[in-house]
Design a protein around this ligand. Structure first.
Ligand code: PTJ
Length: 249
């Protein structure tokens, strides 16, 4: 039991979630390493959502609300950390959820699918290996996607995505919104919008913003998207790290 007044309470709770997911058999073993890397970058951005990230999050929600077939991609880490919020967000934006694993095994897919079903989300995509298609006919396990989900999506939200896969998605002319604490990762560099922040803060924030933006007209949403520059925003994230580091000098 972690005491609530522990100075690292939130961080320890997230570690517990990651450890439990591993014990349940659905977190990739590399998922622990990825989480540790994320923790390190989270320190560097001050463990909070910067004004810069807020701009990227708002542009992402506007882009998702403008989409015809938006899909939220989930893997082991995302399921472990934010399963409830992912379901709430999918409901809020009327989107689909697809299981998309870097280290894909049938066992992991089945456990994750069951977790979503237990939470009341029955129509989880990407579960049947035989029905998966290859994006742009690229014969690689990195290119697989379900027909009604990512394969035919116009906008895909990919938390903690691998660089190869992000690149395949972008090259197939999809709009790719990534959530990755590392502003220097290939995924962050390739994505249409890169949110440099912790998925545990981003998804709840997207839900709140979606509640508000849902009532706005298309032109309003388009303006938010058009005013956004991913290049400038990534530079802003690197500046955030400098500012946080500056406080320790
Ligand atoms: O469940 P699978 O099989 O799809 O595997 C998922 C992982 C994450 C293991 C796989 O995609 C992987 O190996 O990813 P990478 O290449 O280690 O990249 C993960 C990125 O996510 C790193 O840049 C981390 O900084 C970042 N990251 C880790 N935790 C978080 C995060 N970004 C946002 N929020 C986090 N909580």
């Amino acid at each position: 039991m972690i005491p609530k007044n522990h100075p690292r309470y939130n961080s320890l709770i997230l570690r517990e979630k990651i450890k439990n997911a591993y014990k349940l058999g659905y977190l990739a073993d590399s998922g622990m390493i990825a989480h540790g890397r994320g923790e390190a970058f989270d320190y560097l951005i001050g463990e909070k959502t910067s004004d810069n990230s807020k701009i990227a999050i708002e542009a992402s929600v506007a882009m998702i609300l403008l989409a015809e077939n938006p899909v939220l991609s989930v893997n082991g880490n995302t399921t472990a950390l934010v399963i409830d919020d992912i379901i709430k967000l999918a409901k809020e934006i009327n989107g689909k959820i697809e299981i998309n694993l870097f280290y894909r095994t049938k066992e992991r897919v089945d456990i994750i699918a069951n977790l979503f079903k237990e939470k009341g989300w029955e129509n989880i995509l990407g579960t049947n290996n035989d029905e998966l298609l290859h994006i742009n006919n690229i014969e690689s396990p990195r290119s697989t996607a379900s027909k009604n989900g990512i394969y035919n999506a116009d906008v895909v939200l990919v938390p903690l995505e691998d660089g190869d896969r992000a690149e395949i998605l972008v090259n197939s002319r999809k709009k790719v919104i990534s959530i990755d604490l590392n502003p220097m990762s290939r995924t962050s560099k390739k994505s249409t919008i890169s949110i440099i922040d912790n998925v545990t803060r981003v998804i709840p924030s997207m839900i709140e913003i979606a509640k508000n933006l849902k009532n706005k007209d298309k032109d309003y949403l388009k303006e938010i998207v058009n005013n956004f520059s991913n290049e400038d925003n990534l530079k802003g994230s690197l500046k955030t790290i400098d500012l946080v580091k500056g406080k320790y000098k």
